[in-house]
Design a binder for this molecule. Structure first.
Ligand SMILES: NC(=O)c1ccc[n+]([C@@H]2O[C@H](COP(=O)([O-])OP(=O)(O)OC[C@H]3O[C@@H](n4cnc5c(N)ncnc54)[C@H](OP(=O)(O)O)[C@@H]3O)[C@@H](O)[C@H]2O)c1
Length: 265
């Protein structure tokens, strides 16, 4: 196997690197390019550089984990690898296959992926889409790299990356907001704010873990805690009403998906 070159070792890049090494990827097979010295990992056998012109050998895969706004600058030097058959795996939000083709050349092998922040605890989910020239074996290799931080799925139609971004990319924020609004609602009913937050946080975190471990559908887990005529049923009448959570989420995800499309240009 050739070298893996990681561009950017911030929150996402760092989480992916940890996942790869934990899963047995040899540190000597990875080169990390990261301008911020404090973020450059120090691990036996792992080579780090401040900037990519210092990398002479052609990597098998370049993982692009820089912010979208610094992508142009990063690609200016990396373009030289595109004609050598290197696969580019990008996790940058809103950077399309067309964008990469215009910067790296129309025949560049590019995989565009959208991970999410639970990747930091290896419970992420990533959706990826590949440019035409990427082989099944190269997709499999990218899949292995993405699975080091959670699950990975593929879509053929790149347009689906907008709703994916709206659902799973931005989704962790909706869950954290749920904790905030549950805590605020509890406080309004008389609980001390600290206690309300502790209850809301533990309830959402515990329920997420239950969901993760269970094979039952989410709807069944909901039914399991809803006794007929009880307190949960009373709350769900409000949350599941015609003007309850569903229309709000329909509106929120549509807005996020629209924004994802706009950002992609
Ligand atoms: N965090 C999320 O929730 C999330 C979810 C899905 C996708 N993503 C995507 O993941 C990507 C990374 O996000 P992040 O939150 O991990 O960002 P981050 O913490 O800012 O990490 C990016 C790192 O890359 C460095 N960098 C910039 N230009 C570079 C270059 N030319 N060569 C090498 N390193 C370079 C940055 O240094 P400087 O600070 O000096 O620029 C920074 O340390 C983004 O494109 C984002 O869209 C993030």
């Amino acid at each position: 196997m050739g070298k893996l070159l990681l561009i950017g070792c911030g929150k996402m890049g760092g989480a992916m690197l940890d996942g790869w090494l934990t899963r047995g990827l040899a540190a000597s097979d990875v080169i990390v390019a990261e301008p911020v010295e404090a973020l450059r990992p120090r691990k036996p056998g792992l080579r780090t550089v401040a900037s990519t012109p210092d990398v002479r050998e052609t990597p098998e895969i370049v993982v692009l984990a820089v912010k979208p706004q610094t992508m142009d600058a990063a690609l200016a030097d990396l373009k030289r690898f595109a004609s050598e058959g290197t696969v580019f795996l990008s996790i940058a939000a809103g950077k399309t296959l067309g964008y990469f083709a215009s910067h790296l050349g129309a025949t560049a092998k590019v995989v565009r992926a959208m991970p999410n922040t639970p990747a930091a605890v290896r419970q992420g989910i990533t959706v990826a889409t590949a440019a035409k020239g990427v082989s099944a074996a190269e997709k499999k290799r990218c899949q292995e790299l993405l699975e080091a931080v959670g699950q990975a799925l593929w879509v053929e139609d790149e347009a689906l990356m907008d709703p994916v971004t709206a659902l799973s990319g931005s989704g962790p924020a909706y869950v954290f907001l749920l904790v905030e609004v549950m805590a605020a609602a509890g406080a309004k009913l008389g609980l001390a704010p600290d206690m309300a937050m502790q209850l809301a946080r533990a309830t959402v975190a515990g329920s997420c873990e239950l969901l993760r471990q269970s094979v039952e559908p989410a709807a069944q887990l909901r039914v399991n805690v809803t006794s007929p005529g009880g307190t949960t049923a009373e709350a769900l009448k409000v949350l599941m009403a015609d003007d309850g959570l569903q229309p709000i989420f329909d509106k929120a995800l549509a807005a996020a998906s629209r924004r994802s499309k706009e950002l992609a240009g």
